[in-house]
Design a protein around this ligand. Structure first.
Ligand SMILES: *Cc1c(COP(=O)(O)O)cnc(C)c1O
Length: 350
């Protein structure tokens, strides 16, 4: 080891899902939306002038903040936007989880949480979800430095009811509670409804799944003005120009088209329910997903075997080689044609 190497920060990075290249492949591994962004996004993109890039973007992202505030019926001082919800959540860890007590998040949840906690030297504990993968709210009724959980949860798709989310909040009014709602648009119930009663609640959502814009990197947090101000202060102390101008403009366009948004969601939800139906008949079981993926295990064939066979066929799903998840595959809901190709292969293979 060179002397300078001992000063390097050691981290075990988050491992994102594969982004394989090719036309023939079917990509059901990173929960992207199979449908294109709203038509207004494409139109605004074509009308965009490269001169736009000459100047710095609006550091406050006002264009986007304004449409989000209107969409969700909150004040402009209650919206924080970031470069994907990963950016928003990372900033939130840095801002709100600054105490001595360990923060809490479920053992089965977004695998980025422990990575941020390690990076920022935040102590953490991970209460185990029950044998049906359900979050046990009582595990969060104890001293802690803050709480975060996805709802619906990832990678299970299970939703914790709004009453239970409120129970967790009621027991934790002295710390910040973050609800990561990356998948809420696919049939979940948003904790945004609880905002008027809990000043310590931050709800985080993203354009990456329900709005088909993973490549644009847009996420946002909604909370009380005091939480948002604290997040802004930390962000401006790190990098003021996080969000580029195209993201601000195209993101605002995506939010404006409420009809297209609803239609796309309805199609994915319909395909999801049909997929549950045929997969169930094929010997798979899964938690009742309210997200755009299923977390499925087969009664007979190991998940890893199915994963590898699918990959050979150029059908990509997500497999987690970790203790509680190794019997499961996380399968993103694609188009009807993609799910049909999956069905045909599995039928023959199993
Ligand atoms: C996809 C995802 C995110 C991050 O999404 P971004 O693309 O960074 O907006 C955050 N949390 C969960 C649970 C996710 O599944």
């Amino acid at each position: 080891m060179k002397p300078w190497e001992k000063n390097i920060r050691k981290v075990v990075p988050y491992v994102p899902g594969e982004q394989p290249k090719g036309d023939r492949l079917i990509k059901l591994n990173t929960n992207e939306n199979p449908y294109p962004p709203a038509p207004g996004v494409e139109k605004a993109l074509r009308e965009m002038d490269a001169d736009l890039f000459r100047k710095y973007p609006d550091p406050a992202s006002s264009l986007l903040v304004d449409v989000l505030a209107e969409q969700y019926g909150v004040g402009k001082d209650q919206v924080f936007v970031g470069v994907g919800s990963d950016d928003v959540i990372g900033m939130a860890f840095l801002t709100f989880f600054n105490g001595e007590e360990p923060i809490l998040f479920p053992d089965v949840s977004y695998s980025f949480y422990p990575v941020w906690a390690e990076l920022f030297h935040i102590p953490f504990e991970t209460p185990a979800v029950d044998e049906d993968f359900k979050i046990r709210k009582e595990d969060y009724y104890r001293k802690n430095g803050g709480i975060i959980f996805p709802n619906p949860n990832a990678p299970t798709g299970l939703e914790l009811g709004l009453m239970e989310v409120e129970d967790i909040l009621r027991h934790n009014q002295d710390v910040v509670v973050i609800v990561d709602e990356a998948y809420v648009d696919f049939g979940g119930h948003s904790a945004l409804a609880l905002l008027p009663r809990y000043e310590n609640l931050l709800v985080v959502q993203t354009f990456s799944k329900s709005r088909s814009m993973a490549g644009m990197r847009i996420g946002y947090g909604i909370g009380s003005p005091r939480l948002i101000q604290a997040l802004q202060d930390v962000r401006y102390s790190y990098n003021s120009y996080t969000m580029n101008r195209p993201s601000q403009i195209l993101g605002a366009e995506a939010v404006k088209d409420k009809v297209y948004f609803r239609q796309t969601l309805d199609k994915i939800i319909k395909t999801r329910e049909e997929t549950k139906d045929w997969m169930g008949k094929m010997g798979f079981s899964f938690p009742d997903s309210k997200a755009n993926f299923l977390f499925a295990t087969h009664e007979r064939v190991p998940a890893k075997t199915i994963f590898q066979a699918l990959k050979k066929e150029q059908i990509y799903v997500r497999y987690f080689d970790t203790p509680r998840l190794e019997d499961y595959l996380r399968i993103t809901i694609g188009t009807d044609a993609e799910m049909e190709a999956l069905r045909r292969f599995l039928e023959a293979f199993l």
